[in-house]
Design a protein around this ligand. Structure first.
Ligand code: SF4
Ligand code: SF4
Length: 303
């Protein structure tokens, strides 16, 4: 079995274990399920499965219905010092953090990404760092530098292959292989959109969400259940007039990771509880074929 097939097999097994964990989360009382997720060691600091961070908010590929609202934001880049400061505070509340995922927007638009990767490695050396990219920057010297940085820091790359780059798949995968950088691809031909400005049942939306993904998001010193819980403010700012004055859509407040009185268990519980933004997500998403967005408010709406 080649190393690539073995890596895919292990990834699938991990996905299955994750899925079993989510099912348990739905059936067991909250405190117990948090304990189960953290290996029955409630007297210790818990483990955090994953935390996501944007290192750029904007993107060079404006997908219709982008779940992180990248087409609606102005340029924003994370700074290595801020990432180190916030991640160190979060890390201190957990035994360790398994995965740190750097994404956006398009993370490679941030020319300081090597310093950010180094900061993450320094603060949380046990974490597997994954960079999620659309691959549009996989060209020339910039690509060579990216591969070197990934190799140096043991970064894994998740390349989301959108239709505009699909024809370059073999050439790009070959470059990763010859550089000895771990990567996997996820093909995206369609998207699902799931916003419902009128509001609905937060619990069922959250349950639907956690069946498929666990994506805590760290931003400006606070942790959120997901990136949408923070970035919905970008949608509200862009389309206040279209969604109407009566909407109660709002971003979650998150938890301050620098608060000394807050422990990892409280954070773990918070991340398994619907937040105020969940009410505005649907448990019946609408699937749309991938396209470049026209930036219409309705692109994001499920029903
Ligand atoms: S590539 Fe990703 S971040 Fe960029 S617009 Fe598309 S979905 Fe959003
Ligand atoms: S706001 Fe809630 S339901 Fe919506 S994506 Fe985030 S965690 Fe899921």
């Amino acid at each position: 079995m080649s190393a690539d097939i073995a890596a895919r097999f292990i990834f699938r097994i991990k996905q299955l274990l994750f899925w079993i964990g989510y099912r348990l989360d739905q059936w067991l009382p909250l405190r117990l399920c948090v304990a189960v997720r953290n290996r029955f060691l409630p007297w210790c600091k818990p483990v955090l499965d994953v935390v996501e961070l944007h290192i750029a908010d904007h993107c060079n590929l404006n997908c219709t219905g982008c779940l992180h609202f990248a087409p609606l934001v102005s340029k924003w880049f994370a700074k290595a010092d801020d990432v180190a400061h916030d991640l160190a505070a979060l890390r201190g509340k957990f035994r360790y953090i398994r995965h740190v995922t750097l994404l956006g927007g398009e993370p490679l638009l941030n020319v300081d990404y090597p310093a950010i990767v180094a900061a993450v490695k320094n603060v949380s050396p046990e974490s597997l760092i994954t960079i999620v990219t659309n691959g549009l920057m996989f060209n020339g010297k910039a690509f060579e530098k990216f591969l070197l940085v990934c190799k140096e820091f043991g970064v894994r790359v998740k390349w989301t292959v959108y239709p505009p780059l699909a024809k370059r798949r073999e050439e790009i995968v070959r470059a990763f292989k010859s550089a000895g950088v771990s990567m996997f691809t996820v093909d995206v031909d369609d998207f699902y959109v799931k916003m419902r400005p009128a509001g609905g049942n937060a619990k069922s939306a959250f349950r639907f969400c956690r069946k498929t993904t666990y994506c805590p998001y760290l931003r400006d010193g606070r942790i959120y259940t997901c990136a949408q819980a923070y970035h919905i403010r970008d949608y509200i700012n862009a389309y206040e007039k279209d969604i109407g004055d009566k909407t109660e859509m709002c971003a979650a407040a998150g938890l301050n990771v620098h608060d000394q009185s807050l422990d990892g268990w409280r954070i773990a519980e918070y991340l398994m509880t619907p937040c105020v933004t969940c009410r505005f997500c649907s448990d019946k998403p609408r699937f749309i074929p991938w396209s470049n967005g026209a930036k219409n408010a309705k692109e994001w709406i499920a029903q």
